[in-house]
Design a protein around this ligand. Structure first.
Ligand SMILES: [Zn+2]
Length: 215
């Protein structure tokens, strides 16, 4: 039986608290008997669209194990057609009802985008540009503001703006996801992982807390 979005949310939140307090379930989450059982099928309770950064492995930071999370990782946790397709696949195939876009502090993809905007003369590969160009629209406005003189705050705001942009693109960029959201309880939330504390701050679209929903 698949978890609801808010049950899945609570499970992630509890797992992250275990991780941050160094109280993880390590042995049970990767046991060989669980591996054998899961060979019969999977029912991941959450879909995570996270950054490829080596310091933010979704299963570890949420203290989850084999079969728990359907994880999509790409630098800058951007949304592009193949990534939307991956979310659609898991949501329809496994009935997973919670999608988390997981950004993080000190994200290199966000830094690279800010630098690319500040130094348009710098050469970047076309492939890297395809990532930067997806981050650019959500952070460009910040650079034009007074934050230009405050690099720490600029990065903080840029990471969050990029997460919110990805959340909106998932909510609005797919008729499949739109109908699951409208009729079947699918929820897309945005979160930021802190490299410094190990804690995940869910700041966008949290189930049961519409006040936090800026979407
Ligand atoms: Zn990153």
């Amino acid at each position: 039986m698949q978890l609801s979005a808010s049950e899945a949310f609570d499970r992630l939140k509890e797992g992250n608290l275990r991780f941050a307090s160094d109280d993880c379930y390590r042995e049970t989450t990767t046991s060989q008997s669980l591996r054998r059982e899961l060979a019969e099928g999977q029912e991941p309770f959450a879909i995570i669209l996270g950054c490829s950064d080596s310091r933010v492995p979704a299963e570890l930071v949420f203290d989850q194990g084999l079969g728990d999370l359907f994880v999509i990782r790409v630098a800058g946790n951007i949304v592009a057609p193949s990534l939307i397709g991956s979310v659609e696949f898991a949501a329809t195939k496994f009935g997973t009802r919670l999608v988390v876009v997981l950004g993080h502090s000190q994200c290199g993809a966000i830094e690279a985008t800010l630098e690319a905007i500040q130094h348009p003369e710098w050469d970047q590969s076309e492939n890297l540009c395809s990532i930067v160009d997806r981050v650019r629209p959500s952070v460009e406005g910040l650079l034009a503001s007074e934050l230009d003189n405050d690099p720490v705050e600029l990065m903080r705001r840029a990471v969050r703006a990029n997460v919110i942009a990805s959340v909106r693109q998932l909510r609005d960029g797919s008729s499949v996801l739109e109908s699951l959201i409208a009729d079947d309880g699918l929820v897309v939330v945005g979160a930021e992982y802190s490299l410094e504390t190990g804690l995940v701050d869910f700041f966008e679209g949290v189930p049961g807390n519409p006040a936090l929903d800026t979407g």
